[in-house]
Design a protein around this ligand. Structure first.
Ligand SMILES: NC(=O)c1ccc[n+]([C@@H]2O[C@H](COP(=O)([O-])OP(=O)(O)OC[C@H]3O[C@@H](n4cnc5c(N)ncnc54)[C@H](O)[C@@H]3O)[C@@H](O)[C@H]2O)c1
Length: 269
């Protein structure tokens, strides 16, 4: 069911890789709610070709950009504004990658060059996106920018490895840039902290099934699905949440506020 919450709004969605991706579900939902979209992903992801299906379904052009590359980002924002014939109302940064996790390096034996790459892709890229938008004055007043994060920024999940540090930095960038962009032209910037969700990036974390089952048992409402994420994200992009900014918003079925559940106590007894 559509509520037309994003009627007349225009947005960029980063990070739709396949139909499991949080960005993919969100793009479909934004389109359903009346938004016009531009889709972006890394050139290597575009070569896989899946995104063309989403482009067709949402009537959106695909413009490649490595989120760590300022030249790519400048080109993306120029082409996007040309396509829309004006400024942008929302952005989803749904991008993350850990080189050390991919290589199987534990947290206590990181390759620090890989770590820098992880931080660049998963966190500093958010600053780069915001800075390019800021310098080009590309966002309308009350525009809404969201990045995806995970509770490993606040609590230790050993196998989340260096991504925990990346997410802490990402959340801090949202707060800091949210201040400056709020003052400049009332742009809001938030992170949404999502339950574990079966996607390509999610499943790359060692012991992911354990993560997911544990979170399910520890959440009074159960894990939030990717579709539920898309619904929530639409509300944050909409005009109904205009004064929410510089927040880390938990979308996790209550997990972050739960010490223990009866289900887990029974298991431990
Ligand atoms: N899946 C989960 O359990 C979960 C939970 C909380 C937060 N998140 C976060 O959600 C976001 C999206 O991940 P997902 O789970 O949908 O997985 P996904 O693998 O579908 O998406 C990750 C995306 O990042 C893109 N990407 C990687 N390097 C890039 C680069 N250099 N330039 C541009 N794009 C690049 C990939 O191509 C891919 O589209 C990530 O930030 C992830 O950390 C995921």
């Amino acid at each position: 069911m559509s509520y037309n919450l994003l009627k007349g709004k225009k947005g960029i969605i980063f990070g739709a890789l396949n139909d499991q991706s949080l960005a993919w579900k969100t793009a479909l939902k934004c389109y359903e709610e009346g938004a016009e979209l531009v889709l972006s992903n890394a050139p290597i992801a575009l070569r896989m070709g899946e995104i063309n299906k989403l482009a067709e379904a949402t009537n959106a052009p695909v413009i490649g950009a490595d989120v760590t590359n300022m030249e790519d980002l400048n080109n993306l924002f120029d082409k996007t504004m040309e396509h829309f014939g004006g400024k942008i109302d929302f952005i989803l940064h749904s991008v993350g990658m850990s080189v050390n996790i991919r290589k199987g390096n534990p947290y206590t034996a990181l390759n620090h060059e890989f770590e820098m790459k992880t931080l660049d892709i998963s966190a500093v890229s958010f600053h780069k996106v915001l800075q390019v938008a800021f310098e080009k004055d590309a966002l309308n007043e009350w525009a809404s920018v969201v990045a995806l994060t995970y509770i490993a920024a606040q609590k230790v999940f050993p196998d989340y490895n260096e991504m925990a540090d990346a997410k802490s930095l990402l959340e801090s960038i949202a707060r800091s840039f949210g201040y400056h962009y709020g003052i400049k032209n009332k742009v809001r910037v938030n992170t949404i902290s999502q339950s574990p969700t079966r996607t390509t990036a999610g499943s790359g974390v060692k012991g992911f099934d354990g993560f997911m089952n544990f979170a399910e048992a520890m959440s009074p409402l159960g894990n939030a699905t990717a579709d539920a994420f898309a619904d929530y994200c639409v509300t944050i992009f909409s005009d109904l949440t205009k004064y929410v900014t510089m927040q880390n918003l938990f979308h996790d079925g209550g997990y972050s506020s739960t010490g223990v559940t009866q289900q887990v106590v029974d298991k431990m007894a």
